[in-house]
Design a protein around this ligand. Structure first.
Ligand code: HEM
Length: 525
């Protein structure tokens, strides 16, 4: 026997259920669940602001809120000797200041537990499958590419394929490209010198240009000019994004709007994809015809991908697809360029501020290379320059914190963390923690690295400008070699000091950089 309900009855039933379920869902999401989290964390001795519903309405989203804080901070010069964290990283800084190191803060309805204990930090970095990265919001879709955002098997596969491109023996072959780009920048600066052999330059755009040039040459070799074009497109896209953010349109709303900016971003995205597809297809064809590929990043990536496919009986789905290869190439630009130029600009600012360290570094460089071009063996002997770079990365790490998102209940040391919590590793606070580095933690003292990183940190995971564990930066040797060559060329040709016009306003968009550039006075040697 079949019972038939009239349609009206069904609709009433559905509405009744929805009316009962939706308020419960909202109550749980916006009140009961966060309060449960709070109770659980507090029971374990973690301290933080109580969860408040009003915080959700006050700030349209966490990103908007952080941007607002940053914009406020960036309008003021903080003075070079002052710590940047209170202004550029105020939410975490204030929480630790108020509640101590065992604390948490709220990101909307989600608690973010601040982890500062080196053993726990090591665990978070080592257990990559338990502590995956936080998923990006949709705004990042134009900028989140490749391996850096993958998880699980996909990440492992891509890391395996990309790894050979960054082996030291391959990097050695790229040194002439590094030197070429550096020499070009030095020549431009020489061209700006006045009759007395000095000039004042905002070095920041030159350094950005340098690291872009290096990536274009090392990633695409003979296709260098096309690489440059792609980078210009990526830059345009980033500019459009940043100007949109500046207009203070809530992110959530912006993504619903079909704006001209959004349209333009889509067009640029298509242009980038087509250019990269062209380069990759040309190279793939050459590889299939048995022609030797170039030893640039793309060439090595293609060979490695080819080997991965062959190792699996030529099954096409095993290696990377062309689209995935495109994403990896874009990633090299996005994470390899601004990070390294950031390292270089702060190195120039700090060496301009501390002439005694500049003199020591120059003495070492001249001892090792004289006025000759650099080579790998000589670069490995540069002890003072290395100490300086490590210290710059301690005080000015390009990425100032890491977030990881728990997808299941987990133990971390003595903590029991529920699924849905974030853990936050505030690298900038840990790098300047007096308990770890001593009372002079905030000062520029490269001598602390005289006997290497392990000695300076007493073997603890308390220094991690390149991350740590299996997901450590794949390009760290690339970046350090590039930085050493750039600093060496600079010291061989100029002495320099900070200009009185320099205004110290660090920003964190997209990395920990000088907002108003870096005015430096160069003197020809
Ligand atoms: C001073 C320069 C650099 C710094 C400070 C830096 C820092 C970092 C950090 C902190 C991570 C880990 C992010 C995380 O775990 O959430 C990372 C990952 C990565 N970096 Fe770098 N990076 C630098 C230069 C480069 C360069 C030059 C390249 C390539 C040309 C590069 C490519 C990558 C890639 C592909 C990853 C993702 C690795 C993975 O997830 O397996 N980086 N970098």
């Amino acid at each position: 026997m079949v019972f038939l309900f009239p349609t009206g009855t069904i609709i009433i039933w559905v509405l009744t259920i929805l009316l009962a379920v939706i308020p419960w869902y909202l109550l749980n999401k916006f009140w009961l669940k966060p309060k449960r989290f709070e109770k659980l964390l507090k029971a374990q001795g973690l301290q933080g602001d109580p969860y408040k519903l009003s915080a959700l309405f006050m700030n349209n989203s966490k990103q908007d809120y952080i941007l607002k804080l940053q914009q406020e901070a960036e309008s003021k010069s903080i003075g070079l000797s002052k710590q940047a964290a209170p202004s550029i990283f105020s939410s975490h800084h204030q929480t630790v200041h108020k509640y101590g190191k065992n604390s948490f803060l709220w990101e909307g309805t989600t608690p973010s537990v601040i982890i500062t204990d080196p053993d726990q930090i090591k665990e978070v970095f080592d257990r990559i499958y338990d502590f995956p990265k936080q998923k990006l919001r949709s705004i990042a879709k134009y900028f989140s590419f490749g391996i850096i955002k993958y998880e699980g098997e996909k990440w492992a596969k891509h890391r395996k394929i990309v790894n050979p491109a960054f082996h030291l023996d391959k990097l050695k072959g790229m040194l002439p490209a590094f030197s070429h780009s550096c020499n070009e920048m030095i020549s431009k600066w020489k061209g700006l010198l006045s009759a007395d052999g000095t000039c004042e330059v905002d070095v920041w755009p030159f350094l950005q240009n340098l690291t872009c040039d290096v990536i274009s040459r090392t990633a695409f070799g003979s296709s260098y000019a096309e690489g440059e074009k792609i980078f210009q497109l990526l830059k345009k896209q980033a500019f459009l994004l940043v100007t949109t953010l500046d207009k203070n349109i809530p992110l959530s709303l912006w993504w619903l709007l079909e704006t001209t900016t959004k349209k333009r971003m889509k067009e640029i995205e298509r242009d980038i994809r087509e250019s990269l597809e062209g380069i990759i297809e040309k190279r793939e064809k050459a590889l299939k015809n048995g022609e030797t590929t170039n030893d640039d990043l793309l060439g090595i990536l293609l060979q490695s991908n080819h080997a991965e496919n062959q190792g699996h009986g030529n099954s096409k789905s095993i290696g990377m697809t062309t689209q995935e290869m495109i994403d990896e190439c874009k990633l090299f630009y996005l994470v390899g360029q601004e990070t390294t130029s950031t390292l270089l600009v702060w190195t120039m600012v700090l060496l301009g501020r501390y002439p005694e360290w500049q003199a020591r570094a120059r003495q070492e460089v001249l001892q090792v290379f004289g006025n000759q071009n650099q080579n790998f063996e000589g670069l490995s002997q540069l002890k003072i320059v290395t100490m300086i770079l490590y210290e710059v990365l301690r005080l000015y790490p390009p990425a100032i914190y890491f977030n990881r998102a728990l997808q299941k209940d987990l133990k971390l040391g003595n903590l029991s963390l529920p699924a849905g919590t974030l853990v936050s590793l505030p690298i900038i606070l840990i790098h300047q923690d007096n308990d770890i580095w001593g009372d002079d933690a905030k000062e520029f003292k490269p001598e602390r690295f005289a006997e290497g990183i392990a000695k300076a940190t007493k073997g603890q995971v308390s220094y991690f400008p390149f991350g740590w564990g299996p997901r450590i930066c794949i390009g760290q040797n690339f970046a350090l070699l590039e930085a050493k060559i750039a600093i060496t060329s600079l010291l061989q040709n100029f002495s320099f000091e900070l200009s009185p016009n320099y205004v110290h306003v660090p920003t964190t968009v997209p990395f920990f950089q000088p907002k108003y550039g870096a005015s430096i006075i160069l003197h020809k040697l």
